[in-house]
Design a protein around this ligand. Structure first.
Ligand code: ATP
Ligand code: MG
Length: 334
């Protein structure tokens, strides 16, 4: 009974059944058995009393709802830190306010992550742009020999390449976010896509004399976007070469296990410090082991979001100075 009267629905039920019972008892006992005088006057008074109780109950509900609506209207992206006051967490309006506060928590969290992301992107674009600007200003400040112009242009090209890579990465991230709850229905021959990547990987490996081996079980199909998947895998292969030792090796192995395919990308590189492991999939995170290598720290964040979008998972195991293995599992197409 105590629980019943805590909720607004319970209170309404108690009021409604209580009123009917009271009227029935009044008629049966008071009017028929006792034949009390002024029966109809008392009945009208009883009806007025019960309606008044009902009115008070509904007034309380609408007042609480109006107060809630008024407060909700004042909340926008600029004051997402505000919360609704929960007067009674046991009734429906209290529950509504609690759920709304939870929604605000999630929104505030995602807004602050977006803000951080925009700041990081701006920072990432600002550095090469500033480099180019000062470089060009210096070279234009007085007449120079043609080789000096050539040198400056070559430096600008490096910065432009960095800018273009960052922009492609940001677009990839935007693509994964726009497709989060969409079902991917295109069938992709994953084995074939990986073999197509082998040539790029071998060429990348040559720059550091790294032996690249591909062992691909043929005809493994999955549902997804071939280009995006290739980009995700290439980001991991790129790391396997970038953070490898000269003369090291890199292997890419694709196997099938029941309804899943497993892709293992292992390198013999510098390894990832234990403290970095939990952060490497974060946007713009670059580990302490990066040395002089260039990069924006978006590669693994993109790879992970593309793999998750394909219903897959990614895990990493690493030993310092021995190497790293990324294991990706993806559901096979039927
Ligand atoms: N195979 C690997 N071996 C050692 N460290 C790695 C490896 N892969 C990733 N890492 C670590 O994880 C960090 C994040 O990797 P991620 O690919 O996201 O960024 P990045 O390689 O630094 O830059 P980008 O890929 O955007 O050019 C790297 O900076 C590096 O510290
Ligand atoms: Mg990378």
């Amino acid at each position: 009974m105590k629980n019943l009267t805590k909720s607004l629905k319970g209170k309404l039920i108690v009021w409604y059944t209580g009123s009917i019972l009271l009227i029935a008892v009044y008629f049966w006992f008071g009017v028929h058995i006792l034949s009390i005088p002024y029966g109809s006057e008392i009945f009208i008074a009883l009806l007025i009393l019960l309606s008044f109780v009902g009115f008070l109950l509904i007034k309380k509900i609408t007042e609480s709802l109006s107060a809630l609506t008024k407060k909700v209207r004042t909340i926008s992206s600029t004051n997402l830190n505000e919360r609704l006051t929960v007067e009674d967490p046991d009734n429906e309006i209290g529950q509504l306010a609690l759920s709304f506060n939870e929604l605000l928590n999630r929104l505030e969290d995602s807004f602050s992550r977006e803000r951080q992301f925009i700041g990081d992107v701006a920072h990432e674009l600002k550095t090469p742009l500033a480099n180019m600007k000062t470089g060009i200003e210096v070279v234009l400040s007085k007449p120079r020999a043609s080789n000096e112009y050539r040198e400056r242009l070559a430096e600008c090209l490096i910065d432009i390449n960095d800018l273009s890579t960052t922009l492609t990465e940001v677009l990839d991230l935007a693509w994964t976010e726009a497709h989060v709850n969409q079902k991917l229905t295109k069938k992709v021959n994953f084995s074939k896509s990986l073999l197509e990547l082998s040539e790029i990987a071998i060429n990348l490996g040559m720059t550091k004399n790294i032996e690249v081996n591909f062992k691909i079980t043929p005809n493994i199909w999955i549902y997804g976007e071939r280009q995006k998947l290739s980009r995700a895998i290439l980001n991991i292969i790129d790391n396997g070469i970038k953070y490898n030792k000269t003369g090291g090796n890199l292997s890419v192995i694709l196997t099938k296990k029941e309804e899943t395919c497993i892709l293992q990308i292992s390198d013999s590189g510098v390894g990832i410090p234990r403290a970095d492991i939990k952060s490497i999939f974060g946007r713009f995170y670059r580990g302490k082991n990066t040395g002089k290598t260039s990069g924006s720290g978006l590669g693994l964040a993109i790879a992970k979001s593309i793999i998750l979008l394909h219903g897959g998972q990614i895990a990493v195991k690493s030993t310092l100075n021995r190497g790293t293995t990324f294991t990706i599992s993806l559901p096979n197409a039927l």
